[in-house]
Design a protein around this ligand. Structure first.
Ligand code: NAD
Length: 419
């Protein structure tokens, strides 16, 4: 199969990176073939009654990439550009991510092609409930456990949990993570991905001998991951001078007040118009003179066209797949230190795992314990990745992929083939 890493299709990038990793690991060919492609893919076409009485047909997917180490785990995304290949890519990254941070899950991902920003609450609820019922045949606490991703949130997870529980006839909180606390959600889950991003940033600063309190940073995307990353970067003493969202980019050289900005976005839905900040172009935003850059929006944001202009010393990938392979090479050559996505944003799935464990035990933990456990997981994985990267003289992305793929390969090999 010829892989085109310039198409912008993240699944091409995933497959390409897998081949490089498998070759470097000298992975047994039959094992490599088994873990390269998804185990199961479900496509559903389903009707939803819209507010105006019309019936619209939506297309959704759920992909389970690998369940060798445990049930599939991964978010559900509502997006107009969602494709099956997107799901495959995101599900594969979930497999590597869970293995990298040592939690007993495989990788899954789901999506519905829709325009969530143009839909009202009634329509989103109808869409979520019907999609849940369509994929209910393959999800479940022991099989595949969804969570929030772009344009889905706690509310969405509550609808999924309720729909699945109605189908089963009893309450099944463990079918999703990222739920509201009232129905078995975990303390610390909402902020876990952003917190993890900042734990990883602190590790990177320490490794490079940078004092985080003397750094400037920028964050692309101001949703769950971006806003929480910005909040904790600021709390740790970094001056967050610029952020962006789907509507544009804003900057204040003296540092943005992130807590006020979060409140402003809650009220208005966008960062644009926030007082005490100037609007800048996306090009200016990417080229800013900062020490730390956190992409926390979409895939393919750092490409061969703009990677050479990036001045940041550290990039911490809050988003999944924000950097293309060509851009990776440029950043590595330019000495930019990269914390790859499967490590940087693993905080979300780690606390999702804690939520799932608490649901199974019906026993809930203190937030301080959860945050401490999360920090230990990220710091350990960071050290393991750095050690491989130094030993093998390779970039951190390949080091992280090698560690993760080797762990999945070991599990598959230990289990053997049924029947
Ligand atoms: P979200 O829906 O909460 O927020 C997305 C943000 O990105 C919004 O602020 C939106 O305006 C902005 N955005 C969209 N298009 C943009 C563009 N072209 N330029 C700049 N900003 C743009 O989503 P999220 O949950 O924060 O997810 C963001 C990324 O993090 C995704 O790649 C997701 O897969 C990844 N991720 C999320 C989690 C999680 O726990 N939510 C965990 C791991 C990884």
């Amino acid at each position: 199969m010829t892989i085109d890493t310039k198409t912008g299709n993240p699944y091409d990038i995933v497959l390409n990176n897998f081949d490089i990793t498998a070759e470097r690991l000298k992975l047994d060919k039959s094992i490599a073939k088994r873990i390269k492609f998804p185990e199961r893919e479900l496509t559903v076409n389903f009707p939803v009654k819209m507010r105006n009485g019309d019936v619209q047909i939506f297309v959704g997917h759920r992909v389970q990439h690998n369940t060798g180490r445990g049930p599939a785990k991964g978010g559900i995304r509502f997006h107009p550009d969602a494709t099956l290949d997107h799901c495959r890519a995101l599900a594969t990254w979930m497999t590597w991510k869970c293995a990298l941070v040592g939690i007993p899950f495989g990788g899954g991902k789901g999506s519905v092609i829709c325009k969530p920003l143009e839909m009202n609450e009634y329509e989103l609820e109808g869409l979520t409930r019907r999609y849940t019922s369509e994929i209910s045949i393959i999800i479940g606490p022991e099989k595949d456990i969804p969570a929030p991703d772009m344009y889905t949130n706690e509310r969405t997870m509550a609808w999924i949990m309720d729909t699945y529980s109605m189908i089963k006839g009893y309450c099944v909180p463990g079918v999703v993570t990222g739920k509201p606390l009232s129905i078995g959600g975990s303390l610390g889950r909402r902020e876990a991905t952003g917190r993890g991003v900042v734990f990883a940033t602190e590790c990177a600063c320490e490794y490079l001998g940078l004092d985080i309190t003397k750094t400037k940073s920028s964050v692309q995307g101001f949703g769950n991951v971006g806003s929480v990353s910005a909040k904790y970067l600021q709390k740790e003493g970094s001056k967050v001078i610029a952020v962006s969202d789907i509507n544009g980019c804003i900057k204040n050289d003296e540092g943005l007040n992130i807590l006020s900005l979060i409140n402003y976005v809650k009220e208005t839905g966008s960062i644009i118009g926030f007082s005490g900040a100037e609007v800048i172009s996306n090009e200016e935003f990417i080229n800013l003179d900062v020490d730390i850059f956190v992409p926390a929006a979409l895939e393919n944001q750092i490409t061969e066209d703009n990677a050479g202009k990036i001045k940041a010393k550290i990039i911490v990938e809050g988003a999944n797949g924000p950097t293309t392979p060509k851009a990776d090479e440029i950043l590595y050559k330019n000495g930019v230190f990269l914390v790859p996505d499967i490590l940087a944003n693993a905080g979300g799935v780690t606390v999702s795992y804690f939520e799932w464990v608490q649901n199974i035990q019906n026993f809930f933990w203190k937030e301080t314990d959860i945050n401490e456990k999360l920090k230990n997981v990220i710091v350990k994985a960071f050290e393991e990745v750095i050690n491989i990267s130094i030993k093998e003289k390779i970039n951190t992305r390949l080091a992280a992929n090698m560690l993760a793929v080797a762990r999945v390969a070991e599990a598959i090999s230990d289990r053997g083939i049924y029947p």
